[in-house]
Design a protein around this ligand. Structure first.
Ligand SMILES: C[S@@+](CC[C@H](N)C(=O)[O-])C[C@H]1O[C@@H](n2cnc3c(N)ncnc32)[C@H](O)[C@@H]1O
Length: 227
């Protein structure tokens, strides 16, 4: 499969900048909220898909889950590795695009969390197909997709280059916003959708863009691979 080049783009935009340590590394609130659900479902192994600097990987590892972190950006992988080393924790780390992850066996992972990644992928169906392949039967996927109430929507819909309905090119990266939760559900048609929540959460500053606290509004999907 042809590479999308996401790793180079994100590496340059987000991770190849000075003073990265100034940024917060708190986990995403909906990941924290998912812990009881993950435990109830006897989840042991989790893939943090598009791990970035590793904030959610670290949090989940500290909750005693077995974590594999993956990101297309080698800079992001290096930061995640460094973060785990700082906390004296071992890590399984893969530098790969999510569209094709040959190093992960089919039916091998209990759960996948994918935070603020699918929103930036033009072909999320290809990624979802790969997620479906590697999840165990009955495995869980928790992922968010930005919606049009997001605080970045009024900014990016003006400054970005339109690529389609509610899809924009912002610099080198794409952002796709959803208006209707039914459209989000349709994306996950291979899965059994367990819930779709329309949530708002505060994000700390990001390196490379939006270097201030900002509010995200997203649909969070919890879906299950058929048993
Ligand atoms: C907005 S950041 C989110 C990072 C992390 N999930 C978090 O919440 O802190 C998006 C991440 O997805 C990664 N990414 C984007 N497209 C990707 C792709 N096709 N395959 C793998 N990773 C990708 C980027 O390198 C970046 O680290």
């Amino acid at each position: 499969m042809r590479k999308t080049g996401a790793g180079t783009i994100w590496g340059k935009k987000h991770y190849n900048i000075p003073n990265l340590s100034q940024y917060h590394l708190e986990p995403t609130p909906f990941v924290v909220d998912a812990i009881p659900f993950l435990r109830e479902n006897d989840i042991k192994t989790i893939l943090d898909a598009g791990c970035g600097q590793g904030r959610n990987s670290l949090y989940l590892r500290k909750q005693n889950f077995e974590i594999t972190s993956i990101d297309a950006s080698k800079e992001a992988c290096a930061l995640t590795k460094k973060l785990f080393q700082k906390h004296n924790l071992g890590l399984s780390l893969i530098n790969s695009e999510l569209q094709n992850i040959p190093t992960i066996r089919s039916n091998s992972i209990d759960a996948i969390i994918c935070v603020t990644v699918l929103t930036h992928i033009l072909d999320p169906e290809i990624v979802l197909r790969e997620f479906y392949r590697i999840l165990k039967p009955g495995g869980i996927l928790i992922a968010d997709l930005a919606n049009t109430k997001d605080s970045t929507y009024p900014i990016i819909s003006k400054s970005g280059i339109p690529l389609g309905k509610n899809v924009f090119l912002e610099g080198d990266t794409n952002v796709k916003y959803f208006e209707d939760s039914e459209d989000v559900k349709a994306l996950f048609h291979k899965f059994k959708v367990l819930s779709t929540q329309d949530i708002t959460f505060e994000e700390p500053p990001h390196p490379g863009s939006r270097q201030y606290n900002h509010i995200h509004s997203s649909f969070v999907i919890t879906a299950q691979k058929q048993k």
